[in-house]
Design a protein around this ligand. Structure first.
Ligand code: CUA
Length: 347
């Protein structure tokens, strides 16, 4: 009868190990490298909260690496000794085995776990310490599948884009309009749930200017993966200029095409879901469009905010993000061009 060789077969084991250990390790390294390339990483911290989380990660990674190496050395020694000492098996080795089990199997791991627990508690304490009297508060509300962003003290409302001044702590209040979402900016902080009927708070701070991607980190429905946002950290002067611009009511369009586009917009179903300050569009089911043209992305970080992408989104939102609440807009080519010209004036 033919048998299937398995790992326990002494002739197969070394071949198996060599076959799988080396490519396995290479694959793991490549996997890590792939993660690091071009996507936001907790290992690239740009603020105090993210820095303390990254430090904890490196500490645990270092500890894990040392333990892994120790275990590999012990494994190597065990294999080597098993082969060389086939004779002289005495009662002494049983006592040794018991000591190894006690120290390496119970006391050692317990010490390691206690150290990791203490380090984690220290990091959690650092993250929960708050600075009272926040000058800037951002209230972010999760929706399926976009982010409503409000600055209550400055009477500013936008969507899917959060501007913050560099070097200042910002109090972020998090709630949700429907299901549980999770607010995560890997470069600036850990994850925080947005729970129905509850407001969670934490602090973010960016120490260097830049654009940081954020995303929803809790499965919240079919378009969970397309629920992204961008955080723009900029010098205080630029930030306050942005606030002023967002607070301003956009001027009425002067161009004839844009004027026609405004009539199309205000005469369509758009106004039941979207608001534009200074007009009779006051819907609040979808993102506020008052300064749509000033935003970097469309559809919650899915598309760059270009004229072509906006045209695609208006005419086929269900192709780009199936299941979202936006219905397609039935327009002729001329009407679409007019609507795009109007939306382009909402800076
Ligand atoms: Cu919102 Cu996942």
């Amino acid at each position: 009868m033919q048998t299937i060789p398995c790992v326990k077969d002494p002739t197969v084991a070394p071949v198996f190990q060599r076959l799988f250990f080396i490519p396995g390790s290479l694959f793991f390294i490549l996997l890590l490298a792939g993660c690091a390339a071009d996507s936001p990483s907790i290992l690239d911290p740009r603020g105090p909260a993210a820095t303390s989380i990254a430090e904890l990660w490196w500490l645990i990674f270092g500890l894990g690496t040392v333990i892994f190496l120790l275990v590999m050395v012990a494994l190597g020694l065990a294999l080597f000794r098993r082969r060389s000492s086939t004779a002289s098996e005495t009662g002494g080795s049983t006592r040794n085995d018991n000591r190894v089990i006690l120290w390496a199997g119970i006391i050692g791991p317990a010490i390691v776990l206690i150290v990791i627990f203490a380090l984690s508690v220290r990091t959690m304490a650092m993250l929960s310490s708050t600075t009272p009297g926040a000058e800037f508060v951002v209230h972010v509300t999760g929706h399926q599948w976009w982010w409503e962003v409000q600055y209550p003290n400055q009477a500013v409302e936008t969507a899917n884009e959060i501007h913050i001044p560099v070097g200042q702590p910002i109090l972020v209040r998090l709630s949700t309009e429907d299901v549980i979402h999770n607010f995560w900016i890997p470069n600036l902080h850990g994850k925080m749930d947005m729970v129905p009927g509850q407001t969670n708070e934490f602090w973010i701070q960016a120490d260097t200017a830049g654009e940081y991607w954020g995303e929803c980190a809790e499965f919240c429905g079919i378009q969970h993966a397309k629920m992204r946002f961008v955080v723009v950290a900029e010098p205080l002067a630029e930030f306050t200029a942005w606030l002023d611009q967002q607070r301003a009511v956009p001027p009425a369009p002067v161009d004839a095409l844009a004027q026609r586009g405004q009539q199309i917009f205000l005469g369509s179903a758009c106004v039941y879901c979207h608001a534009v300050e200074g007009t009779n569009a006051t819907g609040d089911l979808g993102p506020n469009l008052t300064h749509l043209a000033s935003r970097r992305t469309l559809a919650a970080g899915v598309l760059l905010n270009t004229r072509g992408n906006l045209a695609g989104w208006l005419t086929g939102p269900q192709h780009i993000k199936p299941g979202n609440l936006m219905p397609p807009t039935e327009l002729t080519g001329d009407e679409l061009q007019a609507l795009l010209a109007y939306l382009d004036t909402l800076e």
